[in-house]
Design a protein around this ligand. Structure first.
Ligand SMILES: Cc1ncc(COP(=O)(O)O)c(C=O)c1O
Length: 463
């Protein structure tokens, strides 16, 4: 038992009791845990009253911005009417309405919605569904998954197995067997043999990247591979957009080998790229979409796996059952909030706003290329990564000591102290990631650029 938190220093209590996620807890032994208490629009405030620009929309979540009363009211209204009922053999109106709405937004015949409470569960659901689908359709040896190097797909053991970050997986091995990795689409670090006169042709690179997935399928044996999991724009590593033609070729490869194409849109759905789904932005048809985060703009948690009619068909026959579920999947409050959030998308034209402004955002970030530490600026929509390098010409990256000293020891904290909440990430090469709320405009982009500029100049001085 502890005393009333209001009476205490929250950041001290946080260190004592709140086990923060993916956090080196010892770093807070003698320094306060930053504690955010309020949000409004694109800004958040800490417990001392200091204001920060939310350059990451929380965690790629708060699409419609902070402090939206109508989303809070939608939650309260639903909690009063029906706070909880499961979707285990029963329905409730908001889950039905939301499932129909997601099906209408989703491309092609993706018409069946299986709810979860977050992204990792949506990924887990997609893999389990793929496995059972092939068992039901007479191909029981198809169970493996191909995904891409450095990609993050969540923390449940299946999703973590699909994740391409060995350091994140090592403490929990052995994980679920049957996952294999292919190259991602980081053209900035494309293999040298693809260069012609020092330049990599994006289309040739896209063909190569897609073909490497086919190689992985063939190496495993196509009759053992159930699915390929890819993000429209890969987050971990720092926002790798697909080269032109990549997804079209990947679709052909998946069709050729009867392998399901799963579009993991936990970040890229709901306007992050200026479309409801990332698959729309790049014009491909997945067999399943996994999504979560932005569906409610974070006002309540929910995740979903959206499944094609073709895949669902055998599950809708006889005594077949998808033996899978989550108590809080399709929670009434979260479903109501998601519907209200999607109303905001429609009313305020959030997707169009992103499409109208994405090139201005990129253009503003591109100004940073004059700094010696900025190697690359890449991304799409309102989703960008800035790769930091020690040498722009050779693209030499930082060594472990420099990452520890500059990225962890200085940059993350300095950006925050200078009023910008964003992410300095070294899961691949070191990058700063930016994904502000979708209501952001040129003034947001300018503020981001100015804080980044001065902080990166200071960081460079420390190398
Ligand atoms: C592409 C992708 N998949 C899955 C996940 C896991 O989502 P969650 O943290 O909601 O479980 C994430 C989280 O960032 C993600 O980016």
């Amino acid at each position: 038992m502890t005393a009333d938190p209001a009476q205490k220093d929250l950041s001290k209590t946080a260190y004592d009791h709140l086990w923060m996620h993916f956090t080196r807890m010892s770093s807070y032994e003698n320094s306060p845990v930053p504690t955010i208490v309020r949000g409004e629009g694109t800004y958040v405030w800490d417990d001392k009253g200091k204001k920060y620009l939310d350059g990451l929309a929380g965690l790629f979540v708060v699409q419609a911005g902070h402090g939206r009363e109508e989303l809070a009211e939608a939650a309260a209204k639903q909690a009063k009417e029906l706070a909880f009922f499961p979707v285990w053999s029963y329905a409730h109106p908001k889950a039905v309405e939301l499932a129909e709405r997601l099906a209408n937004y989703a491309p092609g015949d993706l018409n069946k919605v299986f709810f979860s409470t977050g992204g990792g569960e949506a990924v887990e659901t997609a893999w389990k569904l793929a496995k059972q689908y092939f068992k039901l359709t007479g191909k029981p040896t198809k169970y493996k998954v191909i995904s891409r190097a450095v990609a993050y797909h969540g923390t449940p053991q299946g999703a973590l197995s699909i994740t391409g970050l060995p350091g994140l997986k090592a403490p929990f091995e052995p994980l679920v067997p049957g996952t294999h990795k292919a190259p991602n689409t980081n053209i900035y670090r494309a293999p040298a043999f693809l260069e012609r006169d020092g330049v990599v042709d994006p289309e040739a690179y896209g063909r190569w990247c897609a073909d490497e997935i086919e190689v992985a399928i063939l190496n495993e044996g196509a009759d053992t591979v159930a699915a390929v999991f890819v993000e429209p724009v890969q987050n971990a590593g720092g926002c790798f957009p697909p080269p032109p033609g990549y997804f079209q070729r990947l679709r052909e490869i998946c069709d050729r080998h009867d392998v399901l194409l799963v579009s993991d849109e936990v970040i890229c759905a709901f306007g992050r790229l200026g479309t409801m789904f990332g698959a729309d932005k790049f014009g491909y048809q997945p067999d399943m979409i996994t999504c979560a985060k932005g569906m409610t703009s974070g006002y309540s948690p929910i995740g979903a796996t959206i499944i094609s009619d073709r895949l669902a068909e055998p599950f809708y026959k006889g005594d077949n059952t998808f033996l899978h579920g989550y108590t809080f999947g399709g929670h009434p409050v979260s479903s109501a909030v998601a519907l209200a959030n999607l109303d905001i998308f429609e009313r305020e034209g959030l997707n169009q706003h992103v499409l109208d402004n994405e090139s201005k955002f990129l253009g503003t970030l591109n100004k940073l290329r004059d700094l010696p530490i900025v190697g690359d600026v890449r991304g799409n929509g309102y989703f960008y990564g800035i790769e930091l390098v020690k040498d722009k010409v050779t693209k030499e990256s930082f060594n472990d000591d420099e990452i520890e000293r500059v990225l962890y020891g200085f940059l993350s904290k300095a950006l925050f102290d200078n009023g910008l909440y964003c992410r300095a990430d070294d899961r691949g090469d070191p990058v700063i990631q930016l994904a502000p709320p979708l209501i952001s405009d040129q003034s947001t982009f300018d503020e981001i650029e100015q804080i980044l500029r001065s902080t990166l100049v200071d960081a460079w001085a420390k190398i």
